[in-house]
Write a protein that binds this ligand. Sequence first.
Ligand code: KIV
Ligand code: ZN
Length: 511
Amino acid sequence: MSDRVYIFDTTLRDGEQSPGATMNLDEKIRMARQLETLGVDIIEAGFPIASQGDFESVRAIAAAVKEPQIAGLCRAVQKDIDRCWEAVKDAANPRIHTFLATSPIHMKHKLGKTPEQVLEMTEAAVKHAARFTSNVEFSAEDASRSDWDFLVKVSETAISAGATTVNIPDTVGYTQPHEYYELIRYLLENVKNSHKAVFSVHCHNDLGLAVANTLAALRAGARQAEVTVSGIGERAGNAALEEVVMAINTRQDQYEVHTNIDTEQLFPSCRRLSQIIGQPIPPYKPIVGPNAFAHESGVHQDGVIKNRLTYEIMTPESIGRTGTEIVIGKHSGSHAIRKKVEELGYSLDDDQLAVLFDAVKDLADKKEQVFDEDVEALILEKVYRRRDKFRLKDMSVFSGAGDVPPHAAMVLEFGSVGDESDVRTMSAFGEGCVDAVFRSIYSLVGVTPKLVKYSVNAVTEGSDALAGVAVRIEHGGVSSVGRANDGDVVKASALAMVNALNRLEKAKEER
Ligand code: KIV
Ligand code: ZN
């Protein structure tokens, strides 16, 4: 058996189904490029039949990314498969990933099909997909709650029909490591044509076992792991890519397998995702969390000073945590900024670099030290948001109490940058400064959404740190997330709300 494990990243499909992790087209492309740099083998770019937006983003990722295979997900029915192929066919190496439920509960209550009908559908779907490409993956949804001998039949049928990868998902995060290990061994030993396909695993984290189950399955002989960056995904999430990869690397003695992942890109990938979805990496997150390499107790610190290996099983450098380096100062030239942008993995044209250069200079005037995270935040803020329908131009806010409530005056610019833009002003009182800001913005944009979530985090360290604000709003049955970073919390809140309203507009248009 080969010792190569294929990393199938589904951050842009299963991960994006995580609440608050919706990404727009540009964001998905940026994340896909980072996944390419990271070295994943397959990117699951989306579910093309789900919406026009999903279809377009799968197509755009297929065009933008050349190294990894690009997979699209589809149900095991012809029209889904056709749509999926349309979306992935121009990729350098396209894959159709079709799925069908095999557990008694799903077959009876969700599909209303008998096991015989499910076998027929499996065969028909895989044969149909195999007319387009020889790179076909079949997933037996809810496999971990399916009858093992039925799974043997389903796998044999899928492989005979042309599937080259067979995925055995733990869809509801129900299985246990020893049980999953035995299931994978059972399938590899009893599926007659198992040698003609790669067996894959896909684990959800409902019982906190997604990574453990994935590793158990790899030990049993599975050779594809379906994972997401930082473990984002439906409900409690999916198996975290960085945890699976570092477990394999750190415990080579146990796994004796290898991946194509450049581990020094793990931290930059998690940071990129966190910037895009506006959710900070949780403090206790293994490998990439802010506390993952922090030694607080005296005994530990003493040990680490004497020899790092006393309390560290891997180095921060091995996953690309180089510390909070000061990168840019007041006197840095455009060359240094261009170099930093490339190092962070972004590709900006000259105009975009000029915008960023001004923004970095501005920040360096206000802030003692400018870190990588600051530069990334500015790229998102100042470069990628220029095409928004409305943008914050000016604002002034007064706090207040008693008979003088907080008050905000906001100036928004409508139309795209470079157009004859339309500038409008509005002011409002509110319960607090942020409330006054939001009320003024709602009046200007003509939409009063429901504010579902509002959160503030420090992006970097110190009292002059950038504040990262995320808001989630709902209006007319559509929800949207907005994020922004700024040295001023109230301004970051305004920018995040403007961003959420722009994304709401786009989501409504896409719908
Ligand atoms: O969890 C699951 O079963 C899935 C399949 C579609 C692979 O996401
Ligand atoms: Zn899943």
